[in-house]
Design a protein around this ligand. Structure first.
Ligand code: UD1
Ligand code: CA
Length: 481
């Protein structure tokens, strides 16, 4: 069969009153991404172009959230008044190019669990059935407020009837409309123009295009999907939390099947966008958010918060690592209690130890900062040792400045580097140095204050305070202070 063009429309103009929120429902986040982003993903994944998002409530915010989460350009249509799903679809169709002549897939923006595989199968079934209009239905033991699929004596679909407009007999039907439709452009354009708000809500119902097709003697196909869970809509906070857990469990199962150890899956919060290689061990209470990539054999001991981080093979993250928007090269050892902020780039074989904070820091292979440091706006070479308590003084109150340190340096404990400043390679910085000027390759640099000593000073000091504690002997005859 010849490939026909496929476009998609996602209806997302509503508020979602049952969320009891000032924010549009599709802006609420589910497993790290706004609901609208998840609803768009399968449409984009099956290659629908363009994908039009119909916005209305908080239009600008919904548009921004959709754009920020799609790799492909999207089109937007504004529904100025919320007059129902049929009216929304009409605005979406008007945003498609005039000469577009292919199929259009229409879905609702509050359905974040649908997979690309299901939509692709639905589209293919639509093409093969020769129906003028197809939609996805499922059987539910509790059909609740969903639209019911009403069939005639011969089993052919006659209409979709909203629960509020249904007779008792119709309400007893357990086959419901999921809200995904596929039809060709011409049919849809003419059908949405025929919709009338003759119903309980005085709205233009998209579902009425079924009756319109049948009225014209055109075949309608209800494609019954196998997994109703995919078509759960988010309508309340409780449903949102339930879905969050559902997605998390799916991700964890997939990862474990692919060779990742989760010490406690119940406390592993891993984004479905994460790529994690085999033989990675993830301890308890770990959040892996956004688009993390974790290489083979990495060990994460526990209590970690990682977002958009690339971690090379065989790294070891000890307890309490927070890292965002950074790269940790292979076989590095991080933590315990390290904070790697945006722009940290560790080349590999690095050690970033306890209470070390890095930001916009490019650190060469083998370089270590093992204790209590701040390395911000820094470029450090290879095999340099950054001693305990080293600080890049990068901020003058107005601007940030860069510190550069070369290869194979020994930066002594408690050194401050007042940026902008450059330290060459093979430099030995004595402990307690304040570096304010460029240091040449191979130099020893120090800024020690001369050490002064006053013999016997403590004895005089204690006597002045009436303290009889002797200075050298035992403390047994001392009064408790
Ligand atoms: C709709 C269907 C129902 C189906 C159910 C599946 C209709 C009339 N009913 O009901 O048959 O079982 O979905 O979840 O279509 N929207 C707009 N503009 C509007 C109104 C809604 O863009 O004027 C958008 C909403 O943002 C939402 C989607 O359309 O994303 C569905 O609207 P909603 O009000 O949730 O429809 P349901 O009552 O759930
Ligand atoms: Ca809904």
């Amino acid at each position: 069969m010849k490939e026909r063009e496929l476009a998609a429309i996602v209806l997302a103009a509503g508020l979602g009153t049952r969320m009891k929120s000032k924010r549009a429902k599709v802006l609420h986040e589910l497993a790290g991404a706004p609901i609208i982003a998840r609803s768009l993903r399968p449409m984009l994944a099956i290659g629908a172009r363009p994908v039009v998002v119909v916005v209305g409530h908080q239009a600008a915010e919904v548009e921004a959230a959709a754009r920020a989460n799609a790799d492909t350009p999207l089109a937007f249509a504004l529904q100025p008044e919320l007059r129902g799903t049929g009216d929304s679809a009409r605005h979406g169709l008007a945003a498609l190019p005039d000469d577009f002549a292919g199929d259009v897939l229409i879905g609702y923006g509050d359905m974040p669990m649908v997979t690309a595989e299901t939509l692709a199968a639905f589209h293919q079934a639509h093409r093969e059935s020769g129906a003028a209009l197809s939609f996805i239905s499922v059987h539910l033991s509790d059909p609740g407020a969903y639209g019911r699929v009403v069939r005639d004596e011969t089993g052919r679909v006659r209409a979709i009837v909203e629960a509020r407009d249904a007779t008792d007999e119709e309400r007893a039907i357990d086959e419901i409309n999921t809200g995904f439709y596929c039809a060709d452009m011409q049919f849809l354009r003419s059908a949405v123009n025929e919709l009338k708000p003759d119903n309980a809500q005085r709205e233009y119902y998209l579902t009425d295009i079924v009756m319109i097709a049948r009225g014209r003697g055109l075949p309608v196909n209800a494609w019954i999907a196998g997994n109703p869970a995919e078509f759960a809509g988010v309508n309340s906070r409780e449903e949102l939390a339930h879905m969050e857990r559902e997605i998390r469990e799916q991700v964890n199962r997939r990862l474990m099947a692919a060779g990742v150890t989760l010490i406690d899956p119940a406390t592993a919060y891993i984004s479905d966008q994460a790529e994690i290689a085999s033989d990675v061990i993830i301890g308890p209470n770990v959040q892996i958010l956004g688009r993390c990539r974790i290489g083979e054999g990495v060990q994460i001991d526990g209590t970690a918060w990682l977002k958009d981080v690339e971690i090379g093979p065989r790294c070891h993250l000890k307890i309490g690592v927070r890292a965002e928007d950074c790269r940790i090269g292979e076989e590095s050892e991080i933590g315990p209690f390290a904070n790697l902020r945006a722009g940290t780039d560790l080349e590999g074989h690095n050690r970033i130890g306890n209470f070390v904070e890095t930001k916009k820091a490019r650190i060469g292979r083998g370089t270590k900062a093992s204790h209590l440091s701040y390395l911000g706006d820094a470029v450090i070479g290879r095999d340099t040792n950054v001693g305990c308590g080293v600080i890049t003084v990068n901020y003058d109150g107005y601007e940030k400045h860069e510190t550069r340190i070369g290869d194979r340096c020994m930066v002594g404990c408690d050194t401050q580097l007042v940026a902008p400043v450059t330290v060459g390679s093979d430099v030995y910085v004595a402990s307690g140095t304040t570096i304010v000027r460029e240091v040449a390759d191979g130099a020893l640099v120090m800024s020690h204050h001369p050490q002064r000593e006053k013999p016997g000073w403590v004895k005089t000091w204690r006597e002045r305070h009436g303290d009889p504690t002797p200075v050298n002997g035992s403390a047994t005859d001392a009064k408790p202070r």
